[in-house]
Every structure is written in structure tokens, then in C-alpha cells.
Design a protein around this ligand. Sequence first.
Ligand SMILES: Cc1cc2nc3c(=O)[nH]c(=O)nc-3n(C[C@H](O)[C@H](O)[C@H](O)COP(=O)(O)OP(=O)(O)OC[C@H]3O[C@@H](n4cnc5c(N)ncnc54)[C@H](O)[C@@H]3O)c2cc1C
Length: 413
Amino acid sequence: MPWALLKYGFSRRYPARVDIPPPQALRPSYDVVIIGGGGHGLAAAYYLAREHGIRKVAVLERGYVGGGNTGRNTTVIRSNYISPEAVRFYKKGVEMYQGLAGELGYNLLYSRRGQLTLAHTEASLRTFRLRAEVNRHLGVRSRMVDLEEIRDLVPCLNLSRRVRWPVLGGLWHADGGLARHDAVPWGYARRAVELGVEVHQRTEVTGILRSGNRVTGVSTSRGELSCGHVLQAVSGMSSVVAAMAGLRLPIRSFPLQAMVTQPVKPFLNPLVSSASLHAYVSQTARGELVIGGGSDPYSLYSTRSTLELKESLIAGVLGLFPFLHELRLVRQWAGITDMTPDYSPIMGHTPLEGYWLDAGWGTWGFKAIPVAGQSIAQAIATGRVPELIRPFALDRFYSFNLSNEAGATAASH
Ligand SMILES: Cc1cc2nc3c(=O)[nH]c(=O)nc-3n(C[C@H](O)[C@H](O)[C@H](O)COP(=O)(O)OP(=O)(O)OC[C@H]3O[C@@H](n4cnc5c(N)ncnc54)[C@H](O)[C@@H]3O)c2cc1C
């Protein structure tokens, strides 16, 4: 490796490696077409090729790889959910992240930090106790912590009693972590392309072709093509794209904003979140503070940032760390998040044969990229939906089998 580096350093040219080759012509037909070149679509493409030998796969992305929510999120990776089905699913996701950089040969800057969720009310303490029990029962490292332990975990946290929402206790999740958001789709795209998958950027799907009750292909901004299966993985555009297939989804779309400060010396190792203050914060390897909160309160397809959200996030974070009051904000941004009524995703079959969904990822889908990609690839390749994702089928909304994660999702992502 040092020799290669030396050779590269002394060479006259510095040829940049092209990870994702520029668009080639679309073929007339594919085994599987994936709509959406975010983390979920690319992970599914990679696992189809790698684990099932299905390589005649096209990922169609209307913009650029990772330009959707995967490149906009705050990268919280955790598994301390509340329903057993969600805990099992996200636990596998966290485990997969731990070995993912090695598998993809791509530095994802994954770092395990632990996550501290703060309780400011008796009701939160009760819910946290339940979460800790469910988590521990399923092998997830999660437990209640008192103020003394919180002081050890985050020494500079404001634990004064003379504030509007004093901290009463917390839920400590040792497996919580972070990764570099856009490295994840880049890593999957590079490996998928090496395995023969085609990734077509700037290719928008404009219609779904069907014959009777079976999908037969898609129309795109670059022409029509036929295929055996279509996987829809378009995050904030789920309802819009599903409508092209004649499907109505139980989803409403809301903007979700986040922001980042100038870098400061490292002082915060764990991720800290508070549902009562509607804010969470983590410090990146570069020293910036990444700050997020809940979705905007109205349904909208817009990625503008608002002053109201900025003010409320800042108020929340300063409640926890008052000494940050002179820090400068560098950027604020938003993505569109698709929220289901039970705050759980939708994965699997649809009433249209051959048309698969990987949707409803709301504010929590980054951590699920590897496990969702692998599971949905297995479902498409074998025709059998894996046990792990069966609870998240679309038909749960018709059979009243919801998987309620509202409490465990609020301002923790
Ligand atoms: C501010 C913010 C913070 C978040 N924080 C977290 C967090 O901390 N932890 C966590 O787990 N999750 C978080 N999330 C959620 C997470 O980012 C998403 O759930 C996840 O990235 C979804 O990935 P995806 O691949 O499904 O979607 P995306 O990355 O959005 O990819 C979908 C792609 O589909 C493309 N597309 C749409 N329509 C078409 C079409 N017609 N034709 C072709 N392509 C199309 C889009 O251009 C897009 O690139 C956050 C989200 C936001 C916005």
C-alpha cells in the first residue's frame, strides 16, 4: 500500500477513479428495475447481484446517487425501538453496519458512540423502562440510567433543576452509532456496478407499464423498457410513484429539517436526544454538531429551511448545552419524509404482481439500508418474503396489525 501511494504521488497524471461510470444506453429489458438510487435502492441492487446472482438489474435515479434523503440525514444508527418486530429488524441492521465498510471495501466512517435518550417526564421514564425491557429481552444493549451516570456519560450536559424541562433520567443504548451518510450509497453503488448492475443517473421514471394485474416495465425520461420485477425505493416520493402503478399508499409526506454548526473541539461522544425538547445532537469526527428534531407539522413537498424550525432546534439544544450559545450555524437543509400512520416502514408485495415496495421510511430509514436492501432482495429473488420483514407488509393497514413506533421514533431518528 505505501508503495502504491508513493507511485501515485510521483506519477505525472492523477487519474481519478470513476466509481459509477457515466450513463450508457438503457437496455430494452432487465430482470429487475429499481426506481431510486438512494441507499435502499442501491443496497437492494447489490444484494440481488451478490447474494442471488441476479445481475441484469437497472437502478434508475432521476437525480444523482445519494441526492435524496440518504445524503441529507443525520445518520443515527440504533436499534432501541419498542415493538419486538422492529427491535429484531433494526438489531440486524446495526449488526450489518458494523461489518459493512469491510464488505464494501469503502470507508463509511462508521463509529459506535452509544445513544442517550433523555426523559424529562414521569411518562417518558415509564416508556423507557418498557423499551429497555423489550430491548434487553431481544439482545439489544439498552438500560435505564440515573443522573449520576448521565453526568459520567455526558459531563457537560445541563442537569440543573432550575430549567423548564429538568432531566429526570435516561435510556442508554450502547449500540447507537453514526456513519458517513453519502458514503453508504456510494459504497453500495460501486460494488453493485462491479458486479454488473447498471446505475443510470438523471433517468426519471415517468410511468409504470402493466398488462392486466402484472407489471411489465417502466417508462422513463429516456424511453421505455420492460422487466420482470420493479422495486420502488423512492423515499419522499413514494405516494407519487406508487400512484403511477395505480396504488394508493397510507403515507403522508412532511419536510424534515436538520442543521450543522462550525466545528469545535470534541466534547460529545454519545448521541443525545430529547423528545420533550424536540431536538437531538451528535458531534461528527470533524467536530461539527449535527442537530435535528421532528418533522415539520404540515404535509408538503418542499425542501426549504425555515426560521421557526431553526429557532426551536436551537432553543432545544441550548437547553441541554447552554455553553454553545456563541456557536455559528453553517448550514440548514431539509428532506421529504414519508410517514406511515404507525411510524413503521412498508416492505414487500403489492396488489400489482411483480411490483415491490420499500417505502414509508419517514425519519428513520438510514439505519435500515443494509437490512432492508438484503431482505427485499431476498423477497424478489425467491418470491418469499423473509420472516424479518413480514410484519411490515402493506396489508397490515387492512388487517389492523399495525406496528406502532411513534414513541420510539420521536426526535431520535
Ligand atoms: C433531515 C433528515 C434527517 C434524517 N435522519 C435520520 C437518522 O438520523 N437516522 C435514520 O435512520 N434515518 C434518518 N432519516 C431518514 C433517512 O434519511 C431515509 O429514511 C433514508 O435515507 C431513505 O433512503 P432511500 O434510499 O429510501 O431514499 P432516498 O435516499 O431519498 O433515495 C430515493 C431516490 O429516489 C429518487 N427518485 C424519486 N422519484 C424518482 C423517479 N420518479 N424516478 C427515478 N428516481 C426517483 C430520488 O431522486 C432519490 O435519490 C432522515 C431524513 C432526513 C430528511
